[in-house]
Write a protein that binds this ligand. Structure first.
Ligand code: ADP
Length: 384
């Protein structure tokens, strides 16, 4: 820790979205200098970073050049040129999490194989080379409806995922290397973030429930703690911890799960970074996910993940029908409500369903937090 502060250590963060911005907010408390690489010169993190380099995270030269100008590297997104990171690592740059973890997670097929190898329950799946192969398997009876097709690479926020319930849905099949898995009858979607440092210390955050906006395929709101049985809570936390340990990750690992109609907890996917489902930790947990990520990547003692108060988080999404310079309505009225914490990411323009900010509501009970969050949702509008 002393070394971090007194050596003027330069922490590089690949991509400058809201996750990087919130990571920098915590890094600045420890006086760590932060440098951001992003293709967008107006990215949210730029306004508070010590330095900024414009460039694509998928361009090996840009990633390499950026890495050469910092002392330590981390990231806030999965889609990064992993070979460039490996080259930097092999030349001695400390990078956490390790590029090999990132590479595994970039491919949903490899992620699923990893979960299977670890004996972590998840929907059963098969890998395919492309759409035609899926259709042939169906025709030959080797595959049955319903199922879910997922592209192995490049999907996010529901893009790259097709739920096939009926024959008619087959027209939506995507082409490219993919996996096909059992369609789960989802009762709830939940997430657990685990943190692990190089000394093997692991801590898990309380389980959150994610409630999706079906039109945008984005989290509409999340609730912490999730309403689960003790057994389900324990199962989700144990699976997240065992995945973090098996990967020997240094940093955060957010794991999303389904709870099916029979109450079974099944792992869905992992992210090796701070996560949208952990924003509430800034106000409601002793150690925020962002501070924890810093502790974990630098090999510092992990902080308490004790929940101080129940929380509900809502994403502030661009309203439908508006595109252009952003205006917010209803912020003042919302601030008048007890326990309401507003975060605006500083994106200059809005478009339908763009993540522009979030609000965390903390309250003595989940019910009160939900009630106030509902009120905030009615009050705040993101328009142009
Ligand atoms: P992404 O990488 O886009 O977040 P996910 O794997 O989380 O992809 O899938 C997006 C959404 O699709 C999930 O939140 C869930 O609602 C639905 N989904 C994904 N996998 C399944 C499945 N096996 N069964 C039923 N629904 C699924």
């Amino acid at each position: 820790m002393e070394h971090l502060v007194t050596s003027n250590l330069r922490l590089g963060i690949i991509a400058g979205g809201q996750l990087a911005k919130m990571l920098i907010q915590d890094a600045s408390k420890w006086d760590i200098a932060t440098y951001v690489l992003d293709g967008d010169e107006h990215c949210p993190a730029r306004s508070i970073a010590t330095g900024f380099q414009q460039g694509s995270r998928l361009d090996p030269e840009a990633v390499y050049r950026f890495g050469k100008a910092v002392d330590f590297l981390t990231f806030e997104i999965e889609s990064i040129h992993a070979e460039a990171l490996k080259r930097l690592r092999d030349e001695g740059l400390p990078i956490a999490p390790d590029p090999s973890v990132l590479e595994l997670i970039q491919d949903k097929g490899h992620q699923k194989e990893f979960l299977r190898r670890q004996g972590i329950p998840s929907p059963s799946f098969r890998l395919f080379g492309g759409r035609d192969e899926v259709l042939r398997a169906l025709a030959s009876g080797g595959l049955r409806l319903p199922f879910v097709q997922k592209l192995r690479k490049g999907g996010y926020d529901g893009r790259g995922v097709v739920v096939v319930d009926h024959e008619g849905d087959l027209a939506n099949l995507l082409d490219g290397p993919c996996l096909v898995e059992d369609r789960v009858e989802i009762h709830k979607e939940i997430a657990v973030t685990a943190a692990r440092n190089r000394h093997g210390e692991i801590r898990c955050y309380p389980v959150v429930e994610m409630v999706f906006d079906p039109r945008a395929n984005l989290v509409d709101h999340l609730v912490c703690p999730a309403d689960l049985t003790e057994g389900q809570t324990r199962a989700a936390q144990e699976m997240a911890a065992s995945a973090a340990e098996a990967l020997r990750i240094e940093g955060l690992l957010a794991v999303e799960f389904f709870v099916d109609r029979r109450g079974q907890v099944l792992a869905n996917e992992m992210a090796p970074r701070p996560h949208n489902s952990g924003h509430h930790t800034i106000e409601s947990v002793v150690t925020s996910q962002f501070e924890q990520h810093l502790r974990a990547i630098f090999g510092l003692p992990l902080g308490s993940t004790h929940l101080k108060l129940p929380a509900v988080m809502i994403n502030l999404l661009g309203a439908e029908g508006y595109e252009g310079p952003v205006r917010y309505q209803g912020l003042t009225e919302s601030l008048a409500l007890e326990g309401v914490k507003i975060h605006l990411y500083g994106k200059k323009t809005t478009r339908p369903f763009r993540k522009m900010g979030h609000v965390t509501v903390i309250a003595p009970t989940v019910e009160e937090a939900l009630e106030r969050a509902r009120r905030v949702k009615e009050l705040i509008r993101v328009v142009s």
